[in-house]
Design a protein around this ligand. Sequence first.
Ligand code: NAD
Ligand code: UD1
Length: 365
Amino acid sequence: MTVLVTGGAGYIGSHTCVELLNAGHDIVVIDNFSNSHPEALKRVKEITGKTFHTYSIDILDEDGLARIFTEHEITAVIHFAGLKAVGESVSEPLWYYSNNVIGTILLCEVMKRNGVKNLVFSSSATVYGEPDTVPIPENSLLKTTNPYGRTKYMIEEILRDIHFADPEWSIALLRYFNPIGAHESGKIGEAPQGTPNNLLPYISQVAVGKLGELKVYGDDYQTHDGTGVRDYIHVIDLSLGHVKALEKVKSSKGVHTYNLGTGRGYSVLEMVKAFEKASGREISYTILGRRPGDIPVCFADTSKAFEELGWRAEREINKMCEDTWRWQRRNPEGYTSIETEKQTSLEKEPTKFFVTHKQEKVLNE
Ligand code: NAD
Ligand code: UD1
């Protein structure tokens, strides 16, 4: 009974690995580390005191994927691996369609060949585009506005077709709202490469002194203070939603679609205030024009997830900001500050760090 976690070294994946291990699941993680660091998985092991196999494999490497299913008795897959930057998807659409859509097709092919038909997929509230009403229920019209969003929409459709063709498949489509926060140990958290695109990583880098000031994109929306409103959800609540969704796909065949949010919206300026309170630091900001493609307000109707999964987000906005701040303060450079340490240890004891097998590096020191 082992769960394969693709993209498990990433932000949401690493937190979900912790909650899966805490819930007693065995896991195997694959990641190509294109947007993450093996250190995150080392820290998952530290937090949980549990061990698991980790492979450096690209989901586009079908043979590599197939070997994982031969070596482990996989019963379900949680599929996080994907590229997620909206702007980059506009300039590099082929890369996004190839990585996200073709990668998912290859994964499903290998699952099918091995008789593994339980899948939890990371979708996004971005599939709703600019919603007609808030809170947004799952049966809202889907109308994505950028290639990244379209990869999520296409994958949802592909997975529905797979279930239609073979009702033995059991699939959860989880539409995340805005994940923020970090594990309360301060050991794992969001570590964006380069300048962050999303609000909370940007604010926390201003607080820690890495960035000068926040640029607030627009104060002329039809919201109570004119700034954009979003449904921020603690990454631990989100991770616990995956544990519940996994139980659901194992107990009830079908395609189950759930919003994972809190059902409550906060504006940009409210988030600035909440972060100032949590960190004790002033967040300076300037108001700029609207960011192209942004929507005014977005928050979830979470009733379906509560009724069918018995899940609801419990962590409040202050806790989200406190945990983000602890992570940011302790790891101002994310996981890259350990690069130098890694180099030194590689020079001293090269074989202990990576054991290379053809394409994959097995990281189970
Ligand atoms: P992340 O970038 O931190 O994690 C994704 C992981 O997938 C990374 O570790 C990356 O190295 C890996 N990966 C990417 N392409 C791969 C490939 N071809 N083969 C193997 N590994 C690959 O992102 P995240 O925030 O943890 O998001 C996880 C998933 O949730 C993504 O699919 C993302 O689109 C989706 N999602 C994220 C958000 C968000 O705000 N963070 C919101 C909605 C949906
Ligand atoms: C963005 C993505 C969306 C993705 C989501 C979660 C875009 C256009 N949309 O959405 O597809 O699903 O992240 O990963 O990129 N803001 C600022 N200054 C900043 C950053 C953000 O004012 O430096 C504002 C935004 O205008 C918005 C709010 O903060 O009102 C939240 O922004 P962000 O964290 O990027 O999330 P989304 O806009 O919801």
